[in-house]
Write a protein that binds this ligand. Structure first.
Ligand code: SF4
Length: 367
């Protein structure tokens, strides 16, 4: 079979490959293009990404580089990068330069430039992959992909918050896998709405333990940097590990939040945190403070603050979180994920944090 002209790939961020794949699948001409979902993240991804990246750059850059290199090694010749805020907004140019210096030949497309979607640029880029593409069809496909993103986030949020309560350990897992596969292939909004109805019904029907048992579970909120929050490999599957320890978790950061809610909630978050901060301090630092206070109000037993190596906005949030921890007498653990972190050491820290919270709870109960 003749080799396709364009082999398109993009970096991983949790399960967001689903709406990206759907958008590409419905948009490109299959006679011209092949869509390459990047290889699953492994230690090698981080290894090759780190080797090609500036040593002190924050880790998400290295993960993206690892995904790109592995895709290029597999034959990709078009790379798509989202772009966005913080240092992430400057990743694209630097990554492109490094990969070219490494000798790779590829077309590079950056969806968000200066944090804005440049519709003309995107349309012209996609026309390359489908000369018959109309702007209306592209707009529809984007709308469909955004709807999928929104539904996926809602679906995963429910599962995240309830997986620890399910009676049969594999119910959510199976449902989740099937739903993701269907979402990748869906072609129109009507079918998507039907799919949503079917899968949400199944999801709400998964049997959970009773409320009085749920009330006894330890609850830990997770705040911090966005990439570590949304890409489970980069945070060593912290949510899954805590669920296995019978801990209920909550986190706020999703792409839906970042794209559609964050901009409107900044004023409210600052107001809620006015005893601790007067100004926003970049990326998700403000959220880490405000959401920690929210978690405390909701009765959470502890908070874990996560960030990747090299993340400055979240370093700024840490002394304030420390003050919150003292004022409210709530344990907060700080974890910085880097390529040197050992799985065993990480697990031990989580277990120690869990034991401390459990002992605190028992003491309070006896007092
Ligand atoms: S928030 Fe932190 S990790 Fe993310 S781009 Fe900014 S500095 Fe890097």
């Amino acid at each position: 079979m003749a080799k396709k002209k364009y082999i398109i790939s993009f970096p991983h961020l949790g399960n967001y490959y689903v709406p990206i794949y759907n958008l590409l699948n419905n948009t490109v001409d299959k006679n011209l293009c092949e869509i390459m979902i990047p290889k699953k993240m492994t230690l090698r991804t981080l290894e090759v990404g780190s080797k090609a990246s500036p040593e002190h750059i924050c880790s998400p850059f290295k993960y993206n580089m690892g995904n790109f290199i592995e895709s290029l090694e597999n034959g990709a010749n078009v790379l798509i990068q989202a772009g966005g805020g913080c240092k992430y907004g400057y990743y694209a140019e630097v990554q492109k330069q490094i990969l070219e210096d490494m000798g790779y030949n590829f077309t590079y497309i950056q969806l968000f430039s200066s944090q804005k979607l440049d519709i003309n640029y995107i349309y012209n880029s996609f026309k390359m992959f489908n000369p018959k593409l109309t702007i209306i069809k592209l707009a529809y496909n984007f709308l469909l992909a955004f709807k999928i993103l929104f539904i996926l986030d809602k679906f995963e949020e429910y599962i995240r918050e309830n997986m620890v309560y399910q009676i049969n350990n594999i119910d959510f897992l199976k449902l989740h896998k099937d739903f993701l596969n269907e979402l990748m292939e869906v072609k129109d909004i009507n079918k998507l709405n039907i799919l949503k109805k079917v899968y949400f019904k199944k999801m709400y029907n998964v049997k959970l333990v009773s409320q009085d048992i749920r009330d006894k579970y330890i609850k830990i909120g997770i705040v911090g940097e966005l990439f570590s929050s949304m890409e489970p490999f980069s945070s060593m599957f912290i949510e899954k590990k805590l669920a296995e320890m019978n801990v209920k978790t909550k986190r706020y950061t999703t792409v839906t939040y970042l794209l559609f809610k964050k901009g409107f909630s900044q004023k409210k978050l600052l107001e809620e945190s006015k005893n601790y901060i007067n100004y926003q301090f970049g990326a998700d630092g403000t959220e880490s403070i405000a959401h920690s206070l929210e978690l405390i109000n909701m009765g959470y037993d502890g908070i874990i603050h996560i960030k990747p190596f090299g993340c400055t906005p979240e370093i700024n949030a840490m002394p304030i979180l420390q003050k919150i921890s003292n004022d409210y007498n709530i344990p907060i653990m700080y974890i910085t994920f880097d390529s040197q972190m050992s799985e065993e050491g990480f697990k031990t820290r989580l277990e120690a944090f869990y034991d401390m919270i459990k002992m605190n709870k028992e003491k309070k109960h006896l007092a």
